[in-house]
Each structure stands twice: as structure tokens, then as C-alpha cells.
Design a protein around this ligand. Structure first.
Ligand SMILES: C[S@@+](CC[C@H](N)C(=O)[O-])C[C@H]1O[C@@H](n2cnc3c(N)ncnc32)[C@H](O)[C@@H]1O
Length: 372
């Protein structure tokens, strides 16, 4: 059975493993940023189409050691790369080197890898695929750490977090898979209406609403595996229909507020493009006017935290004010994603859980405050 690796934003490995199992993958092992799983190709297509937390799904093909440059060529010849694409299609090599004596830098590794693969096509067809770094039919991902080399093929193509609904983006927008990952890692589990009082482009609420309506993220995009000779069109069509038929309505409602009217406009456009404007409402509102609009609900929010918006000094007072506002939300559940380790303490609320998670390069904490 093929072995795949799903990658994600650091910190979301556990939530990703759960999602992959629910889509039919057999999880072999996971760490905080990737999940190794076994499945047949049909399930791989389903995971590419249905997984909301993964960034990419890679097919593992080779693992070996390299002590001198020639070893690489020899090992790459153990795998037949001509079975994936025709010589008139295109390829790309994405290489990463850490600490290797045999290969000085990643360009050299990428070059040698490409040469070895191209030779296979020349031997068989007397014709070779061209390199296309923008839109290749086949991307080979090669990683070298010391002498250890792993080679994989990217089955996804464009990263899976590019859902296509975010035509405009607020300055500090989070990636769609991070938003989905924190929503799923929280205790909300579709148990109550959901609020984001500092919603920016609305990513958290849009991802939560799509989850509630069982709208799978990859039904309207193309994948790298569709360009391969090994593509099983019938299996793809079957899982496509299966996932599409799951779409349903939800009794839940989602409310997003932001002080910035442009962000609200953007969030409304994004929700419409994402097909959730029937359940998500956005309104311009300053946080000082936010209160318990109903008896019991959940807040998941990502307030400004200094890296991209405002200075840390200005934000100290702001978090102090946030603490007072959130303290009024009796019986609500509150989850905050913050990229500054000192600011949340200014709220003077007691966090019950802290999940470390990375927003691109920024180390954040996802904090849970049940309000009693
Ligand atoms: C880090 S961004 C949120 C990004 C959002 N999660 C997304 O994916 O687009 C923080 C948001 O808080 C909003 N904000 C800042 N001060 C505010 C205030 N006093 N009241 C309400 N919103 C505020 C900003 O306009 C910004 O959109």
C-alpha cells in the first residue's frame, strides 16, 4: 500500500492525524507538523479533496543514505520515474539540504536529481521532460539531512490551504488551514453559535461554517495527481461525488465583528465566495461594544499581537481591556490565538489549555479560557 506524508503548519499535527483518520487514511506516525499514513490511491484523492488542515500530501518513494555525489544517481535509478509522466510533460525538483558533506547546496542537489531522472526518460524515449518551476506536471521533493535522503512526489500541486474563496486578503490574515486547524483543535466541536469579534477577513468563521455545512475544501480545484499516467479517473469521480453529496445545512450561526470597515467588506465577499453567507454575519463593531449577545456561545479569535499590527506597548492596554470584556461572557467558552507570550497575561483570565501553534514563522499559543 502506498505511504503518504501530509504536511501542515507546525502545532497542528495531532488535529491533522485525526482528520486524516476520519477520511480513511491509516495513520502510521505523526509529529507536530506532519502525519505519515498508508492508503490506496482513492483515499489519497479523498484526503487531497477533503482535508482542511493539510498543506500538501506527498507520496513517499525512496529513503537512502548518500556519502558521495555518485550515490545519489545510483539510488534514484532504483525508482522508475517514467511511470508518472510522459516525456512531453514537465517536472520540477524542490530540494532542501541540511548539513551535508556530499552536497554543498540545494541547487546542486536539485540539478543532480533532475539529471538522474531526465536520463531515465532519455534512455526510454530519447526525449526528456522540460523543467517548469511554475506549473509542473510532476514535482519531486528531495530532502537531505546529513547523509539521509528522502524522496517524495507532491500529489497536491498548489498548496491545499489555497481554497480559492479568498479573493482579497486583510494584512494580517491567517492561512485557511491554520484557521481550520485551530477551530478543530478547540472544544467548540459545533456545539454552539460561534463569534469572532476581531475577525479581519473572516477566515476562522468561514472555515468553521464550511466544516458545519460539510463543505469539503478541494472540490473545485485541480491536483497534481490528475496529470499523472497513474491517475484513476473513476476512483476520483466516485470520491468527488461522495464528498459533494455530504454538503448539508446547519442550525448554527456565525458572527464576525471588526473595527475596520474594509475588513468587514472583505470578510463578506469571502463568505459569499466560500458559500457560507447564509449562516455567517459580519458587522463593523469595536471590541468595546462586544458583549454576551446570547446566553451561551463560543468565541475563537486572533486579536492583534504586535508582530504585524500595533506596538506591544499599545497592545498591553488593549489586552487589559479585552480581559474585562471577555470576563462578562458568563457561561461562554473563549479561545484566543496570540503570537505574543506576555500579552494574554494582561487579560488576567486563567487559561485552562495552551496549544503551541505556528502562524507561518510566528510562534503562537492557542489558549482556552472557559468563562464561569
Ligand atoms: C490579527 S487580525 C485578525 C486576522 C483574522 N483572523 C484573519 O484571518 O483575517 C486582528 C484584527 O483585529 C481588528 N481589531 C483591532 N482593534 C480592534 C478593536 N478595537 N475592535 C475590533 N477589532 C479590532 C483588526 O482590524 C484586525 O482585523
Amino acid at each position: 500500500m502506498p505511504v503518504f506524508v501530509a504536511t501542515t503548519q507546525r502545532g497542528l499535527g495531532a488535529a491533522l492525524a485525526e482528520e486524516i483518520s476520519s477520511l480513511g487514511g491509516r495513520v502510521v506516525k505523526s509529529n507536530d507538523r506532519q502525519v505519515q499514513f498508508e492508503s490506496n490511491w482513492k483515499i489519497c484523492y479523498k484526503i487531497n479533496m477533503g482535508c482542511s488542515i493539510a498543506s500538501r500530501i506527498l507520496l513517499t518513494i525512496l529513503d537512502f543514505n548518500v556519502y558521495k555525489p555518485d550515490d545519489l544517481y545510483h539510488h534514484l535509478q532504483q525508482h522508475d520515474f517514467t511511470k508518472y509522466i510522459r516525456p512531453d510533460q514537465t517536472l520540477k525538483v524542490s530540494a532542501k539540504v541540511t548539513n551535508s558533506h556530499a552536497f554543498r547546496d540545494q541547487r546542486f542537489l536539485a540539478q543532480k536529481t533532475k539529471d538522474a531522472i531526465v536520463d531515465q526518460f532519455m534512455d526510454k524515449y530519447d526525449q526528456r521532460p522540460d523543467v517548469d518551476n511554475e506549473n509542473p506536471s510532476l514535482t519531486i521533493v528531495i530532502k537531505m539531512v546529513d547523509t539521509k535522503v528522502s524522496v517524495a512526489l507532491d500529489t497536491s500541486g498548489n498548496p491545499l490551504f489555497q481554497r480559492g474563496y479568498r479573493r482579497k486578503q486583510a494584512e494580517a490574515s491567517m492561512k485557511e488551514n491554520l484557521a481550520s486547524g485551530i477551530v478543530r483543535a478547540s472544544s467548540w466541536k459545533q456545539s454552539a453559535n460561534l463569534y469572532d469579534p476581531m475577525c479581519g477577513a473572516g477566515t476562522i468563521l468561514i472555515e468553521a461554517a464550511r466544516w458545519a455545512k460539510k463543505m469539503y475544501p478541494g472540490l473545485h480545484r485541480r491536483f497534481a495527481f490528475e496529470h499523472w499516467k497513474t491517475f484513476q479517473h473513476d476512483a476520483y469521480e466516485e470520491v468527488f461525488q461522495e464528498l459533494r453529496n455530504e454538503e448539508c445545512s446547519t442550525p448554527l450561526r456565525f458572527f464576525g465583528y471588526d473595527i475596520d470597515s474594509r475588513a468587514i467588506e472583505m470578510a463578506r465577499d469571502n463568505a459569499k465566495a466560500a458559500g457560507v453567507d447564509d449562516v455567517v454575519e459580519f458587522k463593523q463593531l469595536a471590541i468595546k461594544d462586544f458583549k454576551a449577545f446570547e446566553e451561551k456561545a463560543t468565541v475563537i479569535t486572533n486579536p492583534p499581537y504586535g508582530e504585524r499590527l500595533g506596538t506591544v506597548e499599545e497592545l498591553m492596554d488593549f489586552y487589559n481591556q479585552l480581559g474585562e470584556i471577555f470576563y462578562q461572557l458568563k457561561n461562554w467558552d473563549l479561545w484566543i490565538l496570540s503570537g505574543n507570550k506576555d500579552l494574554p497575561a494582561k487579560m488576567r483570565l486563567k487559561a485552562q489549555h495552551r496549544l503551541p501553534v505556528w502562524n507561518s514563522e510566528i510562534e503562537c499559543k492557542f489558549l482556552h479560557y472557559p468563562i464561569y
